[in-house]
Design a protein around this ligand. Structure first.
Ligand code: FAD
Length: 474
């Protein structure tokens, strides 16, 4: 029997416990843990494992060490964990928040006794879990606290002018009250909105104001941009970085690497919705590559084709990178990986619009390039494991667009709060309700769900060639 464990740290959602790591993993831990005992030969356990993994993605918060008789769906499990936390009588692990309801006296003295600037109050009925779920969701954030207030707390209800349950109100040290505006009065919408309020940051992340970025003389000149648009400059910069920097690490390219490179360039040549000169450059490199019948090419020959042969007036891939929508608040953030994702979202949408015959073509080209050439090797390993799990099941062009979107969100979920996260561009489940209200819906149970049809429509517009901005091009 092995045990699977969901735990707090942002980077690790699930750890397989084995005889070797069980002692060090479980005992004297500062976190509360939820342990699932399972046997690899047990059909029920195997069938349950996707739910367990979804739970780990759903709550990256606070857990208790329990293991029997719990519900079989993510929502039920989440409520079960909260119930268990509340029943826990021994000393609480330091990371666990108070989940009990707030009284008027506590709220009146809140800013004297707590080192936060903002208090979010979720007004709700006794049997609602929303307030406690939002409290757990905001656990890893600073400058904000969340408390639940029951609808029976009549003086607070009338003082805040509350008419709906649940509803969420913001209260600050100047005693200013405002209602949190959300699309739906539900957990995910509150958490999305609260996590992105000005001044609210993930624990351990510095606060950065855009004006500081602009003033910071150590950075390249900051290019102002629209956060809700795709820029051609990022896409061309990704091509430059991939073809002239990343690939240059390979003196020669042969065998399966060469096959992967040919597919990648072929997909770029066919579907990159760029300027005519860039498309022409990609087509020249593609036809040269397709003519190479041997099992190996030299990178220097590839580079010559890219740099010399193609530097005619009507075929040129600009040199250098100029990030715009993919600028980071510091030079080690964002840039190439951001633009690489964007490039492939654009390509999947372009393939969909062109109605190409093979729904696997673009995804497999991405998979081949990432697994053989992408400089971040852990990224390549993670991406390959997602591809192995489900990429082959994609059988339509719409599913291709949605597969990449949902896998990118998985990566966002895994990396939220990670060291690599740019504090100025926090990783969220994308697109946010502000960016695409119709993408977000509520199930009858009150759970958030993605309206996939709406997401598809949104992605087809957001990444469409007609919608790409041409500012800052060289
Ligand atoms: P990114 O995640 O790079 O997103 C770029 C832009 O795409 C966003 O600004 C947003 O406009 C849009 N976007 C965001 N989410 C979605 C979505 N779901 N669908 C469509 N568009 C979206 N880093 C690691 O540390 N570990 C890894 O394992 C890892 N794996 C990676 C695998 C691949 C294939 C790639 C390309 C990158 C990987 N990275 C990994 C890098 C990481 O995913 C980010 O690219 C990087 O941290 C920069 O993040 P960002 O904030 O610029 O946003």
């Amino acid at each position: 029997v092995a045990a699977v464990w969901v735990q707090i740290p942002h980077t690790v959602s699930i750890i397989i416990l084995s005889p070797e790591n069980v002692d060090s993993g479980l005992f004297n831990s500062t976190a509360a843990l939820l342990v699932e005992f399972y046997a690899t030969w047990c059909g029920h356990c195997v069938a349950f494992s996707p739910t367990w993994k979804s739970l780990a993605r759903d709550i990256k918060a606070c857990f208790l060490n329990v293991h029997i008789g719990f519900p079989r769906d993510v929502r039920g499990l989440r409520h079960y964990i909260i119930d268990k936390l509340e029943m826990h009588n021994e000393a609480w692990p330091p990371a666990c928040p108070p989940l009990e309801t707030a009284s008027e006296a506590e709220i009146d003295n809140f800013f004297q006794t707590n080192n936060v600037k903002l208090l979010a109050l979720v007004f709700e009925s006794k049997d609602s879990y929303v307030g406690r779920e939002v409290t757990l969701d905001l656990l890893q954030y600073e400058n904000i606290a969340v408390r639940r207030v029951l609808d029976t707390e009549t003086s607070l209800v009338s003082r805040f002018g509350v008419t709906d349950f649940p509803s969420c109100y913001l209260y600050n040290s100047s005693r200013h009250i405002s209602r949190l505006k959300v699309l739906n009065e539900a957990r995910t919408f509150y958490s999305y909105a609260l996590q992105r309020l000005p001044g609210v940051v993930r624990t351990g992340k510095p606060q950065i104001a855009i004006t500081d970025l602009i003033k910071n003389s150590t950075l390249q000149e900051w290019r102002s941009f629209n956060k809700t648009r795709v820029y051609m400059s990022d896409l061309e910069s990704a091509l430059h970085y991939s073809l002239r920097v990343e690939l240059s690490g390979h003196i020669s390219i042969s065998g399966n690497d060469l096959t992967a490179l040919k597919k990648y360039i072929n997909v770029l040549a066919k579907y990159f919705p760029g300027r005519p000169s860039v498309k022409s450059a990609l087509k020249t490199v593609d036809s040269w590559l397709q003519q190479q019948k041997g099992t190996e090419i030299k990178y220097s020959d590839f580079r010559d084709v890219l740099d010399n042969t193609v530097q005619t007036s009507d075929a040129v891939l600009p040199e250098g990178v100029q990030w715009v929508g993919c600028q980071g608040s510091e030079s080690h953030y964002r840039g190439y990986p951001c633009a690489f994702w964007t490039l492939f979202h654009v390509l999947t949408v372009q393939a969909k619009e062109m109605g190409i015959p093979d729904p696997q073509e673009v995804l497999q080209a991405m998979r081949g390039y990432v697994s053989r050439f992408f400089g971040c090797r852990p990224c390549a390993t993670h991406f390959e494991s997602m591809a192995q799990e489900s990429m082959d099941h994609v059988t339509s062009l719409s599913a291709t667009v949605l597969w990449l979107w949902s896998r990118h969100n998985r990566v966002n979920n895994r990396l939220a709060g990670d060291l690599s996260e740019d504090p100025y561009f926090p990783k969220i489940q994308w697109p946010s309700p502000e960016l695409c209200p119709s993408c977000h819906g509520l199930k009858k149970t009150g759970e958030h769900h993605w309206n996939q049809e709406e997401v598809l429509t949104f992605l087809r517009n957001y990444f469409s060639s007609a919608h790409i901005l041409m500012d800052y091009l060289q």
